[in-house]
Design a protein around this ligand. Sequence first.
Ligand code: P5A
Length: 445
Amino acid sequence: MRLTRYFLPVLKENPAEAQIVSHRYMLRAGMIKQQAAGIYSWLPLGYRVLRRIEQIVHEEQQKAGHIPLLMPTLQPADLWRESGRYDDYGEEMLRITDRHKRDMLYGPTNEEMITDIFRAHVESYKQLPLTLYHIQWKFRDEVRPRFGVMRGREFLMKDGYNFDLTYEDAIHAYNRHMVSYLRTYERMGLQAIPMRAASGPIGGDNTHEFLVLASTGESEVFYDSAITSLKFGDRVVDFDDRAECAKIVEEWTTPYARTDETHDVALFHEIPAERQKTSRGIEVGQIFYFGTKYSEPMGATVVTPDGNRVPVHMGSHGIGVSRLLGAIIEASHDDKGIIWPEGVTPFPVGIVNLKQGDGAADAACEAIEKALLAKGLEPLYDDRDERAGAKFATMDLIGLPWRITVGPRGLAAGKVELTSRRTGESEEMSPEAAVARIAEIYAGV
Ligand code: P5A
């Protein structure tokens, strides 16, 4: 992508309304634009990152055997009357009346609708286990939308729903989700710690939140520092292997880690004092097991091997897709701007031409761009007629993890410069070597 042809409305000034760094940088880097309180347009750069995050979520969900579908944003109120949540949900629910005076709502979550799909099409235990998920916009009329995409009113969520015959089967589904989430967040460069939490309006008493530690987080958390040294890494998991999934869950849930809602002071003090940590955290996901809370009132049953009809055991599992952009920036930035982890960066590398209009520099940039494209890596080429300082400032702000700097002086010696956004370290090498290095870095991402 050539910057002169792109749409990157970068702001020079710090927007006054942004109280935390991720919100400030998302506005300054031209990633989002507020349209109403807690409602945002996703400008091209922000949209690219959102799509990357969605793609990682899809890949990891499908590895776990979960099946994508797509449900609508608007839902009939009657479904929620069946579960009893239409009245319970309160003012966070955006209620809408259509021209025929039918009560509708903008979905804050989809337990009722997925249960309705299930009961219409599934009859027998033989069709289980089943986990369906989608990535769809939600609306919650938060009292205090704030911090940009962190606490929006309209926000993008991955929400998955498992249907199982028995409690044990449903717990395996819960474990499968926990395991797949650990890998999902790690691919985004995040450490998200599963913590025992409270279930709120979703229900059930078996639930974990995934928290990214950050001083700007909205939740207060208590944990054993031993948990922060756990890494999921590139383990290959057989998601049908119950024992294997349960063992990984045990590894992550044995060290103490709880939000303030479930914090147990006495238990916490059993940890060696130097490992007792208190911090704030950003909730980037939550998983629930709630048994037959929806299947029973809504009649989502299956015929068992001995011919009885029983309500299915269910759980639901959410990832805050749009919130993740904010969480990643909170966890990865400096005073010049964002530092994207390779897994989610909008462009793998930026090309900075120090002397636009110089025949050799222009030709070298174009050749690098072409070579990268041929390897399936789309660079962002800053081909503006601007000072080097302004070009560097833009690259630093938008946070591409790598930059190739091309100028007439270096080219005379056959060299360009490859710079890491994270460390600031630069290395001179031939243009071909720079392209090869970038390809090597992204081969493992
Ligand atoms: C699980 C999936 C649920 O709604 N039903 C379907 C369950 N869980 S949840 O914890 O309430 O939400 C899941 C994740 O969505 C993100 N989230 C938000 N992101 C931005 N703005 C909001 N206002 C907002 N509310 C929830 C969180 O990451 C949460 O973990």
